[in-house]
Design a binder for this molecule. Structure first.
Ligand code: ZN
Length: 49
């Protein structure tokens, strides 16, 4: 399972239709609204390495 960076819900990455690639890492979302919010400001929600 992956964790939706927006709402912190667990997301099954095999099943979700909403994901986004940012700086070489995949992020998974529970809903299109979460994906949209991430893509509007990915720096804010992406993992800090
Ligand atoms: Zn979500």
């Amino acid at each position: 399972m992956a964790v939706d960076p927006i709402c912190k819900m667990e997301v099954n990455e095999q099943e979700t239709k909403w994901f986004s690639k940012y700086k070489g890492k995949n992020y998974y979302f529970c809903a299109p609204g979460c994906k949209k919010q991430f893509e509007e400001d990915p720096e804010k929600y992406a993992d800090k390495d």
